[in-house]
Design a protein. Structure first.
Lengths: 545, 372
């Protein structure tokens, strides 16, 4: 139970026994102890916790440490204490599989869950994976029937591989209440996280790529003297314009947009998608990667070819940093943009929070945000012709990480409750605010994350935070958002495309069209191999057709 | 002297094996054979859907194999007594090799002729020679094989450097022991560490110390992995830096074991330093050199870690090795059947290549040393 709630109850002259009884009743009835409190007390406790955690360690006071994560975990334990008795999970051991990117993800979860382990008595064993190893590890575990984890941090694109094969445990109703699921932004609500009408996911992240740019490169008197680009055509024009100029911050060569030209275990494909979305995602058509009736790839249609050609044009113009052909998205985001190389970048939102709070960032004061640039024209796949009209389509790349519980716990009610309780702790409303505000690997995904006053009170610059959060909110709520298909093997398509793109960028194909045709041919092979009919059915379902 | 008497030195116990004991041994052996194949047949039929009863997984068949292996060992002793005990010195090792090498190889061969994508709901399907056909027209695989050829040929340069270093370290130089340890240090590093330490940090184009140094030398915008040739060279250089010490230490050991009298005799006969090296040292070192180069080739054919970490095979496949390509095909694309076929073909190529190289090198050594 949270200290402040305890104090409120004391103030109301409740005896210690009443307090404990209230907790036990709450746990048994799967209702929260908070339910008995006046609404204002609940709200106050939330506000107090949110204010307190946003001061850990404090904006501008360096990267948070394990001690900070534990403090945050402890302060956010209220909801768990309301539904679980102390020591209730004594003897339960759970295995948690997640990522170790930039020493975040699992590292944070360990810290957050340490107080949870101390309180509940459960023990968690950890499987840490690098981003590039994740897909293979998961696929092999599924295919060989060796799922050796009870809780998994997983992106929605893998729901087809896991939930579709009956490997996940259905989310109990009390979890939904505990994590206050109705607070999620619209596009993360079902059907995302559901399969055949059953719910499996606790969302801990909202994913979309947003546009980050250097404010000192744009505006009157800047080195470009131009406004911030609104279209990919303008992005390319500025990038070419900057060749030979000097970066105002570092004094090193100035650069425009940073395309990652090297693969990243399939995740690199999202970055060509950013460019392609503006050209290929027509507002009247939810599909943009495949034809939903035939699974015929669209990756070699004129829209995608234009996106690839844009990159080739910048290579030709020598607009990238010297070793860009060997730069993956991790390099463009963290080693280049945050370190002061390049002026424009599409990335997940954590670039925004890292810009201000990470020790390695030098661009915190000169960074601005927007949604995925648009295009002066859009390709209509149905008519097979370009339409000369402005179009924009934010890329909901990866849809966001979630916490899922596997079937391994289904037969043991105590273990099952423990697994869902741990998952719910990580997916709690308050803890998620902290994750959005500090380096965590996650970006805002709840409506409550867009209360700018909270961020300002935490020490963020109001203008910066409105800009950064606004770009996320605008992307999430965009009517023409490009949403990823949750079909089995989606990363195989991405991986093979990365190989072909590497060849295209290295000049091994005669034209962008020829390279795109090679990607399409490889995609057709994968569809044949996985099963065309089932892929069509799942693709349509994921598009809501 | 009879045969039995002659064997007394080796046989502790003169065996007098009863018929019942032999029968028990045979019963045990054939019983375990029936059990193992029976379990296998049941599970195979159940898996194929031919019968309605079976096990949840193949584990009972594995247990059947363990029982057979144990029964085989016990039956040797029951049937052959002391002679059987002797076979126990070899049998466990042989069974271990069968379990860990032969069976996986046969199983790999089995799945390499199948269409098996881990994301497919239908699972594994036999597809005949389709994977072979796909391989024949796969530009990525042939490109990787071509790269491997170049990587392997470059071993000759590495060998020359290693020989040179070994000669220096064999000479009476100041701080000889210190230099020997220093030159060995790269071998102690994991290639993954080399990838990150050198490939990703020291060669980082903005702040990496090597980049700063070459900028100071006058290369304005250093870039070590942007052109195919340079990227290939950098990968080879990093790999060579790690493994040249290995060849060097082998050659050094050979040099130290070489009889001094031969060189002294050559010197007395008026041979120049170059003649002493080329006509005496080098031929005498050939057997050691061949061994060092062979082992180095085996190391090189496995080259993957540095490539995966630093370039992911790029730019445009210029640095891709067969192993790093199979790694992507198998791991990122879960294409188990095709990935396994590529690995099997690579294995066959390596076996043929190594056999030919060994034959040729054997002939060279014989000719150079005048043996045989």
């Amino acid at each position: 139970m949270k200290v402040d709630i305890y104090e409120i109850l004391m103030a109301k002259q409740a005896s210690r026994r009443d307090v404990l009884r209230g907790t036990a009743v709450a746990a048994l009835g799967a209702t929260t102890a908070l339910a008995g409190l006046p609404k204002s007390a609940q709200a106050d406790s939330h506000v107090n916790v949110r204010e307190a955690i946003l001061q850990i360690p404090g904006v501008g006071k360096g990267s948070p440490t394990d001690a900070d994560w534990q403090k945050v975990g402890e302060l956010c334990l209220g909801a768990t204490k309301a539904s679980v008795q102390e020591g209730e999970f004594e003897g339960v051991e759970l295995t948690f599989m997640g990522l170790n990117n930039q020493n975040l993800h699992n590292f944070l979860f360990r810290g957050f869950l340490k107080p949870w382990e101390a309180y509940t008595g459960a023990k968690i064993n950890w499987i840490d994976l690098a981003q590039a190893d994740y897909n293979a590890r998961l696929q092999q575990a599924i295919a060989t029937g060796t799922v050796d984890f009870d809780i998994i941090e997983m992106g929605a694109p893998f729901e087809g591989d896991t939930a579709g094969k009956g490997l996940l445990d259905e989310m109990p109703g009390w979890v939904e209440t505990q994590i206050e699921e109705d607070d999620l932004v619209g596009y993360l609500k079902p059907p995302v996280g559901t399969w055949d009408g059953k719910k499996y996911r606790i969302t801990i992240d909202g994913d979309c790529h947003t546009f980050a740019y250097r404010t000192d490169y744009f505006g009157e008197g800047s080195i470009t003297g131009m406004e911030v680009p609104k279209t990919w055509q303008e992005v390319n024009a500025v990038s070419k314009e900057l060749v030979g100029k000097e970066d105002p911050l570092t004094g090193l060569p100035a650069h425009g947009y940073l395309d990652p030209l090297k693969g990243w275990g399939g995740f690199g494909f999202y970055f060509i998608e950013n460019r392609a979305a503006a050209y290929a995602k027509h507002p009247d058509d939810p599909a943009w990667l495949f034809d939903p009736d035939t699974m015929k790839p669209r990756v070699n249609n004129p829209a995608w070819v234009q996106a690839i050609q844009d990159v080739l044009d910048l290579i030709e113009a020598n607009a990238y940093p010297a070793d860009q052909i060997n730069a993956d998205p991790g390099t463009t985001g963290f080693q280049q943009f945050l370190a002061g190389t390049g002026s424009m970048l599409m990335w997940w939102g954590d670039i925004g929070s890292n810009a201000r709070t990470s020790d390695t960032s030098v661009v915190g004061d000169v960074v601005g945000f927007g949604i995925n640039p648009g295009s002066d024209r859009v390709y209509n796949s149905k008519s097979g012709a370009w339409e000369e009209t402005y179009n924009e389509a934010p890329n909901m790349a990866y849809i966001g990480w979630g916490i899922y519980v596997t079937k391994r716990v289904s037969g043991d009610e105590k273990k099952r409750k423990a697994a869902w309780s741990a998952a719910a702790h990580l997916g709690g409303k308050d803890i998620s605010l902290w994750c959005s505000a500090y380096p965590s690997g996650f970006q805002p995904y709840r409506n409550s994350h867009f209360i700018y006053d909270e961020w300002e009170a935490a020490g963020y610059d109001r203008a910066f935070i409105e800009d950064y959060l606004g770009s996320n909110a605008d992307s999430y709520n965009h009517p023409n958002a490009a949403i990823e298909p949750r079909i089995p093997g989606i990363f195989q398509y991405y991986s093979v495309a990365e190989d072909e793109l590497a060849k295209i960028y290295a000049g091994q194909y005669g034209s962008a069209q020829e390279g795109a045709d090679a990607i399409a041919a490889a995609w057709e092979k994968i569809t044949e191999q996985i099963g065309r009919d089932s892929q069509i059915a799942l693709y349509k379902a994921s598009l809501g057709l | 002297m009879s045969a039995a008497e002659g064997d007394l030195l080796h046989t502790v116990d003169a065996d007098n094996i009863s018929d019942s004991r032999i029968r028990l041994g045979k019963l045990l052996l054939w019983g375990s054979v029936v059990l193992m194949f029976g379990l296998f047949a049941i599970q195979a039929l159940f898996d194929a859907g031919a019968i309605s009863f079976g096990f949840e997984n193949w584990r009972p068949v594995l247990f059947g194999y363990f029982i057979w292996a144990l029964a085989l060992c016990v039956s040797r002793v029951l049937i052959y007594g002391e002679q059987g005990k002797r076979s126990l010195f070899v049998l466990p090792a042989a069974l271990f090799v069968i379990s860990m090498v032969v069976f996986p190889l046969v199983f790999a061969l089995w799945i390499s002729f199948s269409d098996w994508n881990l994301a497919s709901l239908t699972g594994r399907k036999f597809n005949g020679l389709d994977n072979v056909r796909q391989m024949m027209s796969d530009p990525f695989y042939w490109n990787a094989l071509y790269n491997m050829l170049i990587y392997t040929v470059v071993i000759l340069i590495e060998y020359a450097i290693a020989f040179g270093l070994a000669l220096v370290l064999n000479a009476n130089i100041v701080g000889r022991k210190f230099w020997r340890v220093t030159f060995l240090l790269p071998l102690m590093l994991s290639p993954v560490a080399v990838s990150w330490m050198i490939g990703k940090s020291m060669l980082e184009i903005r702040f990496g110390p090597i980049s700063r140094f070459v900028r100071w030398l006058g290369w304005e915008n250093p870039s070590f992995f942007s052109s195919p040739e340079l990227a290939k060279f950098m990968i080879m250089a990093m790999d060579a830096w790690t493994f040249i010490p290995f060849m060097m230490i082998m050659i050094l050991a050979g040099l130290q074991a070489m009889p001094k009298e031969v060189l002294e005799a050559a010197e007395v006969d008026g041979a120049t330093p170059w003649q002493r090296f080329w006509e005496v040292t080098f031929p005498l070192m050939l057997p050691v050199s061949i061994t060092a180069v062979m082992i180095r080739i085996i190391f090189k054919l496995k080259l993957a870690d540095i490539i995966i970490n630093v370039t992911s095979g790029g730019p445009g496949g210029a640095t891709d090795s067969v192993t790093s390509f199979i790694f992507r095909e198998y791991r990122d694309r879960s294409n188990v059947g095709y990935g396994t076929l590529l690995a099997i073909v690579y294995l066959v190529i390596i076996v043929i290549f190594m056999t030919v190289v060994l034959k040729i090198s054997d002939r060279i050594v014989r000719r150079a040393t005048g043996a045989g």
